[in-house]
Write a protein that binds this ligand. Structure first.
Ligand SMILES: NC(=O)c1ccc[n+]([C@@H]2O[C@H](COP(=O)([O-])OP(=O)(O)OC[C@H]3O[C@@H](n4cnc5c(N)ncnc54)[C@H](O)[C@@H]3O)[C@@H](O)[C@H]2O)c1
Length: 398
């Protein structure tokens, strides 16, 4: 194990979360350099986290001889230039989500890191939550059978900085900001080697006075017939609601990651400070989160990234994944405009080709397929069967 010496680019919200994770639990990995546009903010951040170096020059940050790894926590419009600089400097490059504002940007980043031969990790934390990793293991063990439908939701009352609300800088609204999480969660459960083929998406600006969408719902259809459904909103009141549901031929999983995690608290006088990310109040019924770093997957994510660097392997999420997600999002924006199913343009596809539709036909006996078996309130068991030869559907009562 080699402790990482990290330059963090950006000293805002996500860099705070990342650094608290990286410096947590007596870790030996350290952020040794902070880059901020303003020296003052860089120094403040460095003082807060006990970081020895800070600079307001991005080139010198990524090229600093003390550092081996660059973490990009800058607004979306700055990811591309930062990735190009870090790749040229020959450092391990970890970039927050979304990788690009568009697939074209993401593709440029993917090509740059691959050409430079540097390690690249896509910091999609929400596939790394403790619950999600356990659920993924169950799915990989076959506990749910073939996955048919993944519903993933991320909604809150809107982001915390001006640039998110400016489409030119962010690349869009709630879909690019949060749909990226939901889309990648669904891909992980359905199978990253199954090609996403087309999308149907609704997006609208319901409440906020902005150009981009503040609410979006989309369906991502996969080649095997599975569906990923995302629901994202910047108009949801009452905190940050993160939930996932996975539905397979043989079972289902439901996960609440935030807001309703089984930790409710009432205070008449108020908490007097921060309760949880995007909590709207500190008084009355509250939904604190005991371990935000774990609930959001940051700890497992950096563990995977650094272990993968040490063992020279691909992490669970790399820039190729970021590129696929951006390609799906591009198609979503097209569909929201055209109001039609739109194909996903995946110029680079590294998964399986020509996958067959999911076939879950269950034999009842030589003559019949079993459609359904149900214990009835009157004490009988009903069977719905399909005759293989004629295709006729019949029922039997046992
Ligand atoms: N769960 C997650 O993975 C997660 C959560 C939040 C944000 N993010 C991502 O992290 C990135 C940053 O978001 P944030 O919430 O930290 O935003 P933020 O506004 O809190 O911080 C952004 C940082 O970038 C700096 N910055 C802004 N414009 C700049 C410029 N032109 N040049 C140099 N620095 C500039 C700001 O001063 C600040 O330090 C975004 O890509 C966002 O999507 C990821």
């Amino acid at each position: 194990m080699k402790n990482k010496k990290i330059a963090i680019l950006g000293t805002g919200f996500i860099s705070d979360f990342y650094t608290s994770t990286l410096h947590g639990q007596r870790s030996g990995d350290r952020v040794v350099l902070a880059y901020s546009r303003s020296e003052e903010r860089g120094k403040k951040f460095a003082d807060k986290w006990d970081i020895p170096l800070f600079t307001n020059d991005l080139e010198s940050a990524v090229n600093h001889p003390e550092i081996d790894t660059v973490i990009i926590g800058l607004p979306n419009n700055l990811h591309l230039d930062a990735v190009l600089a870090a790749a040229a400097a020959g450092k391990n490059v970890l970039c927050t989500k979304p990788l690009g504002r568009t697939a074209a940007e993401a593709k440029q980043m993917l090509k740059a890191v691959e050409k430079a031969g540097v390690f690249h990790g896509y910091l999609e934390d929400l596939v790394y939550t403790h619950k999600t990793l356990k659920a993924l293991k169950s799915v990989q063990n076959g506990a749910l059978g073939e996955i048919l439908w993944v519903r993933s939701r991320e909604t809150h009352p809107g982001p915390h900085s001006d640039w998110f609300w400016t489409s030119e800088l962010s690349g869009g609204g709630a879909i690019v900001d949060m749909g990226c999480h939901c889309i990648e969660i669904a891909r992980n459960f359905i199978g990253k080697d199954i090609r996403p083929v087309e999308v149907m998406c609704w997006a609208d600006t319901q409440v906020k006075p902005i150009e981009a969408e503040d609410h979006g719902i989309g369906l991502v259809k996969y080649e095997n017939g599975a569906i990923g459904q995302f629901e994202v909103s910047w108009n949801f009141r009452g905190g940050m609601d993160l939930r996932d549901e996975i539905s397979g031929v043989e079972g289902t999983i439901r996960m609440d990651h935030f807001l309703r995690t089984g930790f409710d608290m009432f205070t008449a006088v108020g908490e007097g400070g921060y309760v949880a990310e995007k909590a709207e109040t500190d008084k009355g019924w509250l939904f604190p989160v005991g371990d935000e770093v774990g609930a959001l997957g940051y700890d497992n994510m950096f563990h995977d990234m650094f272990e993968s660097i040490d063992s020279n392997q691909k992490p669970m999420e790399d820039f190729y994944d970021g590129y696929v997600v951006n390609s799906i999002i591009d198609a979503c924006y097209k569909s929201a405009k055209s109001k039609k199913w739109e194909p996903i343009d995946l110029e680079i596809w590294r998964g399986k080709s020509s996958v067959k539709k999911i076939n879950a036909l269950a034999d009842y006996d030589e003559k019949y397929y079993l459609i359904k078996k149900e214990d009835m309130p009157n004490g009988t068991t009903k069977l719905i069967l399909k005759e293989k030869e004629s295709g006729k559907i019949i029922q039997r009562e046992l």
